[in-house]
Ligand binder design. Structure first.
Ligand code: FAD
Ligand code: NAP
Length: 512
């Protein structure tokens, strides 16, 4: 305690001196100070340095409730996109090995997966990325400090090291890119004590075993997808609907595929408590809200994937009057990423209303760096952001869902072209393609401006990326059907869609 108070007094003294000298000289330590070295913060700081700005970035990882910690690079690199996509790949390889037998590969009847081998390889790759980020910052002359940042005033940040050492830094502009962390439910006994989150799953040294995944959005379905894919008994507990905000027909195809391939779903169910039995197993009690009946089962792991909370606690935003959205706790930002306090900007997952995606954080960070360096006035365009859900059957989309298009344009104001197709690679492998589907939502009349494009199938992200550019250019249905396909691919099925949903005709693609 004494050391803490001593530290605070020392800090106050240093801080006053710092602010005083700054007011006398009008100079700052840095042109730009970024708090948060994740997807957005790193992109913004490196871009600003390239433009000749003097830049520092502070990154600090608070260990998860289970004690998991990681290095520089933020959520995507350490506990998000990268380890997730690699575990998804591990699962896809399992399916490919099964397919391979039909293609003539001699493979033993029973194959098994070894978690430690996968985890170690992925964790080593992530560690190499941590190192790569440090080297890049050094090369680009960005000063990196492993400090937890908090705001003192609109030009001053206090950094706190793990050992409790304080550093005060000043900058002309301050950018907050501190992202978010997974939430635990607050009212479920045993939830935090016995459960893990996406901050832990990728860093486990041994297999999570039979797993209950609570939640039904991106994180839940993607994690459940790869867990089942590598052979683990996996259940998803859904309290309302899957993939809220996405086209619900597409969401059903995603979960139908998962169910057909062995993932269990506890639909319309909410957990009540988690108890650790003397055997070490976790007993979960839940209620089926449709029937009111109570159920119990035991699991080796319970993974909470019930959403993320913005990481604002340590920042001291209230003292400066930085406006937050009361409901979400995120920072209220303008189109130029400005906050309610001059010289303080925020973007990425911490920004209210921003998509929680890495490419948007990176792009917004780079554009902000250009504007702060006085090199451009270009704003980030958050419209038409494409995305992929990396479930066992991948789902990509850009633009409006059918429901949203109908809401905005009316049922008669839209035309939907659709197709159920069979990927060529599924044929020899004798795989069921019932959920491989394409839906193109267009404006009714004229050239049929495309309002939304949806695709489930192999490599969905690779298929959708190019179409997203067409979408950005204002593509119409006429453009789509004038486009020549690349044969034989799944993507070519998109440029061939011609059956309207309204017609009620069979939308199954037959022949080439
Ligand atoms: P982050 O990347 O979260 O970085 C914030 C950094 O700031 C962190 O390192 C944090 O420790 C640090 N920090 C916090 N507070 C302080 C402080 N006071 N001082 C100093 N440092 C601090 N997006 C995709 O586009 N594709 C995907 O496939 C995808 N998969 C995902 C899978 C999972 C499981 C999860 C959880 C997310 C996924 N995302 C994906 C989302 C993506 O990871 C985020 O949108 C992205 O990382 C946001 O970047 P950011 O810069 O806003 O924040
Ligand atoms: P999310 O989209 O906020 O979804 C939270 C899920 O948990 C919802 O299904 C919600 O159900 C459920 N839930 C919330 N509280 C619950 C409770 N107490 N009990 C049971 N269920 C509960 O969160 P997320 O999946 O963590 O994703 C966060 C963001 O990360 C996403 O928006 C996305 O942008 C990003 N991300 C992207 C990717 C990608 O690009 N592939 C992958 C992962 C994450 P209700 O619908 O009933 O509220």
């Amino acid at each position: 305690m004494a050391a803490l108070y001593g530290g605070r007094h020392r800090w106050k003294r240093i801080n006053c001196l710092h602010i005083f000298s700054r007011k006398l000289t009008g100079k700052y330590d840095y042109d730009l100070l970024v708090i948060g070295g994740g997807s957005g913060g790193l992109a913004c700081s490196k871009e600003a340095a390239q433009l000749g700005q003097k830049v520092a970035v502070l990154d600090y990882v608070e260990p998860s409730a289970k004690g998991t910690k990681w290095g520089l690079g933020g959520t995507c690199v350490n506990v998000g996109c990268i380890p997730k996509k690699l575990m998804h790949q591990a699962a896809l390889l399992g399916t490919a090995v099964k397919d391979a037998k039909k293609y003539g590969w001699q493979i033993p009847d029973t194959i098994s997966h070894d978690w430690p081998t996968m985890a170690e390889a992925i964790q080593n790759h992530v560690k190499s990325l941590n190192w790569g980020h440090r080297v890049q910052l050094q090369d680009k002359k960005v000063k990196y400090m492993n400090l937890k940042g908090s705001l003192v005033d609109e030009h001053t940040v206090r950094g706190l090291s793990k050992a409790g050492k304080e550093t005060v830094l000043t900058a002309k502009n301050i950018v907050i890119a501190t992202g978010g962390r997974p939430k635990y439910p607050t009212n479920i006994p045993g939830a935090a004590e016995h459960g893990i989150t996406s901050d832990d799953i990728f860093w486990l040294k041994k297999s999570p075993g039979k797993t209950l995944v609570v939640g039904a959005s991106y994180v839940a379905l993607e994690c459940a997808g790869f867990l089942k894919g590598i052979g683990l008994d996996t259940t998803v507990m859904v309290r309302s609907i899957a993939l809220r905000g996405f086209d619900q027909q597409m969401a059903s195809l995603v979960t139908d595929y998962m169910e057909a391939h062995g993932t269990r779903f506890a639909w319309k169910s909410v957990p009540n408590r988690v108890d650790k039995l003397s055997s070490g197993a976790l007993q979960v009690t839940w209620t089926d809200t449709q029937t009111g009946s109570e159920h119990k089962d035991t699991f080796d792991s319970v993974l909470w994937a019930v959403g993320r909370a913005p990481e604002t606690k340590a920042l001291g935003l209230d003292k400066l009057g930085v406006q937050l959205n009361k409901e979400t706790g995120k920072i209220v930002v303008g189109p130029d990423e400005s906050t309610s306090v001059p010289n303080i900007y925020a973007f990425g997952d911490i920004g209210e209303g921003r998509p929680e995606l890495t490419p948007t954080a990176i792009k917004a960070g780079k554009l902000l760096a250009h504007r702060l360096a006085g090199q451009s006035t270009e704003l980030m365009n958050y419209d038409n952001v494409p995305t992929t859900v990396f479930t066992p059957l991948e789902y990509s989309c850009v633009g409006l869902s059918e429901e949203e298009a109908e809401k905005r344009h009316g049922k008669d104001g839209i035309e939907i072209y659709h197709a159920f197709y069979k990927p060529l690679e599924f044929t020899v492998a004798e795989r069921d393609a019932s959920q491989c589907y394409i839906k193109v939502v267009c404006e009714q009349g004229g050239n049929g401006k495309i309002l939304g494009l949806h695709f489930t199938g192999p490599n969905a992200g690779e298929v959708a990326q190019g179409f997203a550019m067409g979408f950005q250019c204002g593509a119409t249905y006429s453009h789509l059907i004038q486009t020549v396909g690349i044969h034989p691919t799944c993507a070519e099925e998109v440029v061939k869609v011609h059956i309207t949903k309204r017609s009620g005709l069979d939308a199954t693609v037959t022949g080439c």
